[in-house]
Write a protein that binds this ligand. Sequence first.
Ligand SMILES: Nc1nc2c(c(=O)[nH]1)N[C@H]1C(S)=C(S)[C@@H](COP(=O)(O)OP(=O)(O)OC[C@H]3O[C@@H](n4cnc5c(=O)[nH]c(N)nc54)[C@H](O)[C@@H]3O)O[C@H]1N2
Ligand SMILES: Nc1nc2c(c(=O)[nH]1)N[C@H]1C(S)=C(S)[C@@H](COP(=O)(O)OP(=O)(O)OC[C@H]3O[C@@H](n4cnc5c(=O)[nH]c(N)nc54)[C@H](O)[C@@H]3O)O[C@H]1N2
Ligand code: SF4
Ligand SMILES: [Mo]
Length: 876
Amino acid sequence: MDGGGLPEIRSTCPYCGVGCGVLLRPDGQGGLAVRGDPEHPASFGRLCSKGSALAETTGLQHRLRAPQVNGQDAGWDETLQLVADRFSDTIATHGPDSVAFYVSGQLLTEDYYVANKLMKGFIGSANIDTNSRLCMASSVAGHKRAFGTDTVPGTYEDLDEADLVVLVGSNLAWCHPVLYQRLLAARKTRGTKIVVIDPRRTASCDGADMHLALQPGSDVALFNRLLVTLADAGKLDEAYGAHTQGLASALTAARRDDPAVTGLCPEEIATFCALWMQTEKVVTIYSQGVNQSTSGADKVNAILNCHLATGRIGKPGMGPFSVTGQPNAMGGREVGGLANMLACHLDLENADHRAAVQDFWQAPAMPKAAGLKAVDMFRAVENGQIKALWIIHTNPAVSMPEADRVRAAIANCAFTVVSDITGQTDTARLADVLLPATAWAEKDGTVTNSDRTISRQRSVLAAPGQARPDWDILAEVGRRMGHDRAFSYTHPAEIFREYAALSGLAGRFGRDFDISAFADLDAAAYAALAPTRWPVTKTRQGGRFFADGHFFHDDAKARILPVTYRPPAAKTGPRYPFRLNTGRLRDQWHTMTRTALSPRLSAHLPEPFVDIHPDDAARLTLAAADLVTLSSPTGRAILRARITETVQPGQVFASMHWTGETAPCARIDTLVAAATDPVSGQPESKASVVALARFDAAWYGFAVSARPMSLSSDYWAQARSARGYRAELAGTTPVTDWETEARKLFSAPEAEAISIIDAGRASARILLHDKGVVLGALFVAPSPVALKRDYLATVPGTDRIDALSGRPPADMPDPGPVLCSCLGIGINTIREAASTGTALTVDAIGEALGAGTNCGSCRPEIAALLQTIPRKEAAE
Ligand SMILES: Nc1nc2c(c(=O)[nH]1)N[C@H]1C(S)=C(S)[C@@H](COP(=O)(O)OP(=O)(O)OC[C@H]3O[C@@H](n4cnc5c(=O)[nH]c(N)nc54)[C@H](O)[C@@H]3O)O[C@H]1N2
Ligand SMILES: Nc1nc2c(c(=O)[nH]1)N[C@H]1C(S)=C(S)[C@@H](COP(=O)(O)OP(=O)(O)OC[C@H]3O[C@@H](n4cnc5c(=O)[nH]c(N)nc54)[C@H](O)[C@@H]3O)O[C@H]1N2
Ligand code: SF4
Ligand SMILES: [Mo]
């Protein structure tokens, strides 16, 4: 694996907040070999399916190579002068608060630091916010209220040492797969108990001892019941209580809540409370089921309350643990990327902190109050208050609630700059100025993962065309706006050193985030920097926080906060009877600009869908594979129905990933109202209300093609496949000439056609080929078409012009939909191995086929599949 070629270079995976180490070996021709870094403390060599497929996403075909102004290629010099002039002019005429930056938890720390310094220190506005507002804001607010700072107390080692791990609103198995595998490994040796608290049965429930399928939004009531139970049983830690204040009023508030709102039966709640009570070493991991809520900050504090009141915090195997989503969500919080924070966990609204940072930066002006948070920022864009907007490394036209409204607001903004690696995103298509950024494997810098470990990302590939690193683009705009000295950086190491020095100042204010020992790091040491958990000072490195009872409020005590249950903002009723929950799939990353390039990752779930409970489906007379229209007060979407008991009656689930580029009818955030948490400003992405109705199409289609298709039907969804592309289609208008349609779809007006048209049954099968090589094939019928899709996806580019039967030849088994994307093993192959009786367990499947043996992310699904194979059949 590591023989030959150029040497391997250590870097960090650019996806989730686990922050796995990777070893990258460029092949010298623009390609890359990727494997897990056995020495990285977050992952010890493991990678999940997304990390394992990184090499499939570094191609340059879709990349932006030059700056563009109004859709035309332009030079850097004129483009950056235009950006600087437009921002300067707008500020001169309308004041600093007439401009805004909307940035991302995927920026490197150095990029993020420069953006924050430019906006808060030199433009003099706090109008910089980040997609972390949609992600971590409630955790930040909860931490600050309880601890006085935004501190994650624990470390990943706590997962190895815990006896009980509670996953609240976290589908760890799919969203932090390497951490989940670490937890399962600990469970094997130590018998760790796992409880999942989630309205939906997820892949994370498969390895769990208990699943509490609570009602959406009711977590506060559940944790309040836990606090009361602990108190009534005399299980609170009175000695540790001296380091906290507020217990009595928190208990009074908690007693007011009725646990019945959780929808759980009293016995379930009692069992959970007893388990928590009996087990000292408890880690509570929480994520977006907690944060993305109009009571997100209260949910966080309800969890923290239980850990603080029992003193189970900051000690080995114990503590609350907010896992971060994006690779540098944590770093962004540290540099002050949010509109209400200053760099290094200092507070914008604290005059001493502000003055110290202003002095350090030698900044002309600093804002005194928090800037606009994401939802308000786009409202201000909509009403014209923001006249110049710079969006960097995020795709808000897809990922913001009320996405259609946000898209229109951006389109109408007087001046929009977008920095991205590709122009093919819903947001980039709206830009006046498009700036080509270098991508993950091309840039240098640092990121901080969920457990405060700072790791290097290293440049190993050449940047395409004129692409430049984000920090470099930002610094040059700073210089062109007249701030030469403050933005004279020539290398990310200089930025990192400055940032580390600033953190020393934070340390002097008694803040937690202090990495001042890095303030003298020279270029060679920065280049060689090994993963290091902060704080990093002359006297301290890493470790946990708060076991000693020292918190960051003025009196050094933690706050146990009175919180009570509030239901989600949107109410279901006759017009919108269903609760829409949204989230992530195992093999896609957000708006799919990178993961959708990988055929392997695209094979797992190639089409957007909505999960509906069988009782609801029966009431709505929906059958599996029907298309469904979802409407909400803010928008409309069309998705494929997946009928499943993993969701509760009255609730539906859809993923957040599809966009105008991949499935324009499935932009899920068009349905999500922009209701926000009053404390954190985080939107409620998981509790919208919708109505469902069957989408009655005149025809349904499936197509495979060697090249991207020209799709324009009422419904379509396109994905990569091993030999090109595959698409699902549907339309409301009957088509009379399918051959002409097929020629348009495959952009092949001259190709030879083989057609089977059954006018009576309104079905058509058309294959286009060029001298016997298949260009594309289209299958249409008046109802959803049943076909061997995974077989057909292998046909483009081959000579199988007999593929119109839709069935694989007898000597070519149909592997079925891919379950194990690392090794490309399909459901039918696994089913076959199990039904022959040789491989009846997940481990045995692994031995027989290899499935589930690389990253392990598919093991829960293999286990679920094995359960569906009847015993008799399996034994035969
Ligand atoms: N494969 C993959 N992994 C990712 C990402 C990705 O795009 N793809 N993105 C990364 C990012 S940025 C993030 S933020 C993380 C997110 O990681 P997670 O938070 O684990 O992922 P989600 O699927 O958004 O939501 C988690 C769960 O919250 C549940 N939930 C909904 N409402 C409630 C509620 O009221 N209470 C409780 N207790 N649970 C509820 C949902 O049913 C869902 O299963 O994932 C990271 N990892
Ligand atoms: N309904 C619903 N909505 C949600 C969520 C949900 O659970 N449900 N989750 C929310 C959460 S937690 C998050 S984190 C957001 C994520 O939402 P986004 O941040 O909008 O999604 P991404 O697809 O990660 O967008 C990253 C963009 O940066 C570009 N890019 C990649 N590399 C670089 C680079 O090096 N430099 C630059 N300049 N650009 C680059 C990519 O091409 C892509 O366009 O979505 C939020 N929206
Ligand atoms: S768990 Fe997967 S996506 Fe997350 S950092 Fe590790 S390899 Fe990357
Ligand atoms: Mo996120």
